[in-house]
Design a protein around this ligand. Structure first.
Ligand code: S3P
Length: 435
């Protein structure tokens, strides 16, 4: 059984190339969805390769609080007995999981009992109006607290709507589509950019009728979802730390197998290739309707690039680590249209700029992105993970190319999405000590 051991800090030195053939843990987005959707399906679902991490465990706990029976064969293998959800006597605690709380809200508004959705102080700072506004248009009775969690849901009859989504968001789209399952007529979401489509892929595989016309996705209401039998592919967003590290650490030659290659997730690959990265992708098959394959990375000479438009949402979680790659590139890298980075677990533009500056980096922050001047030499320092998994792991990658030792404190959050991150880096040859 792979356990999620959490370490308070990582101490990194820039010696050791990254080599070998590795796998990353299961996809976080798909793992959240697999547990939620199988809980409301009629029958018994099997889930293998499930991500046992902080965020997904929070979602699993919430579903169990709603009366769902789950057999845990090992950390990553679950049998979920779906059916009717039942009222929880306690608020549902989604801890740090933004995907967990926003998607579950879409399900809870369709239930015939009340609920309270809540989470950590970090989650309570995140904007929920983006879901309560469209859910309100659907006649859902959901009240946020100053626009955030806790959110109080009271039963009501949901009506189908057409929602023109102001920001491209996989979470908002999924929340509205899930509420649409319980509506009195079809629901359509029009998206301004190609956000991840795992909800559409999985619900379709479970028998829901979902159609897409251009940027409009329509779901027909149903209370008859079939159970699923899936193996969750590796998380591209976890692989991203290794991909970037292998690009910038000298003499690296690394293969990552079994990674989800859904094009709504792999924007970083397109960007790194355009920057000149030596990366080869081989699609090997499909899991649960998602393309899967191997990624082979060799140390690369990168060039600066301008990034904006549709690719931004396809790599929204990868910007912190892209900033590290950009520091190694020849020429400047400019990112625009990425304002959403400011409302993630932290304000990822401000926090990455702040922490990279501690290593000596010169970065210009912009309202909707940043300019990074290439090529820079980093010096080691003590930096902070800010209880944001992608910050802690990106700063660890920065440590791999810094002169002198880098210490990443508040690193336990890496376990929110990537259990075994430190161990895997060590396995590939990185000089990293956990503490
Ligand atoms: C996710 C959607 C994205 C992403 C998050 C996971 C999902 O958030 O940042 O890590 O699983 O739907 P937004 O929808 O807020 O962009």
């Amino acid at each position: 059984m792979k356990t999620n051991v959490r370490y308070e800090q990582f101490v990194i030195k820039a010696d050791g190339k990254l080599t070998g053939t590795v796998r990353v843990p299961g996809d976080k987005s798909i793992s959240h969805r697999s547990v939620m959707f199988s809980s409301i399906a009629k029958g018994t679902s099997q889930i293998r390769g499930w991500l046992a991490a902080g965020d997904t465990e929070a979602t699993l706990g919430a579903m169990q609080a709603l009366g769902v029976q789950v057999e845990r064969h090992d950390a990553n293998t679950l049998t979920v007995h779906g059916g009717q959800l039942t009222e929880s006597s306690e608020p549902l605690d989604l801890v740090n999981a933004g995907t967990g709380i926003r998607l579950l809200a879409g399900i809870m508004v369709g239930q015939d009992f009340s609920s309270v959705l809540d989470g950590s102080s970090q989650l309570r700072r995140r904007p929920m109006k983006r879901i309560t506004a469209p859910l309100g248009m659907m006649d859902a009775d959901i009240r946020a607290t100053n626009g955030s969690a806790p959110m109080h849901v009271t039963p009501s009859q949901i009506k189908g709507i057409t929602y023109d989504m102001p920001v491209a968001s996989g979470q908002v789209k999924s929340c509205v589509l899930l509420a649409g399952l319980y509506a009195d007529s079809p629901t359509t979401v029009i998206e301004p950019g190609p956000s991840r489509d795992h909800t559409e892929v999985m619900l379709s595989a479970m028998g829901a009728t979902i159609t897409r016309e251009g940027s409009a996705v329509t779901i027909q209401p149903t209370n008859n979802l079939n159970p699923i039998d899936i193996t969750v592919p590796g998380d591209f967003s976890s692989a991203a730390f290794l991909i970037t590290a292998a690009c910038i650490v000298p003499e690296s030659d690394l293969i990552i197998e079994g990674v989800n290659l859904n094009p709504t997730r792999t924007g970083l690959l397109d960007v790194l290739l355009e920057m000149g990265a030596d990366i080869t992708v081989t699609e090997t098959g499909a899991e649960a309707g998602e393309p899967v394959g191997d990624i082979h990375i060799k140390t690369s000479q990168l060039n600066g690039i301008e990034i904006g438009g549709d690719v931004v949402v396809r790599m929204i979680d990868e910007f912190p680590v892209l900033m590290v790659a950009a520091l190694c590139a020849d020429g400047d890298t400019v990112v625009r249209d990425a304002k959403e980075l400011r409302v993630k677990e932290t304000d990822r533009i401000a926090v990455m700029a702040q922490e990279l500056r501690k290593l000596g980096a010169d970065i210009e922050e912009r309202e909707d992105g940043f300019r990074i001047f290439g090529k820079q030499t980093l010096s080691g320092a003590t930096v902070d993970g800010h209880d944001d998994h992608r910050i802690a792991m990106s700063m660890t990658v920065a440590g791999l190319i810094s002169q002198n030792e880098t210490v990443v404190t508040d690193a336990a959050c890496a376990g929110d999405s990537f259990p075994g991150f430190a161990e895997l880096l060590i396995e590939t040859g990185a000089s990293l000590v956990t503490g």
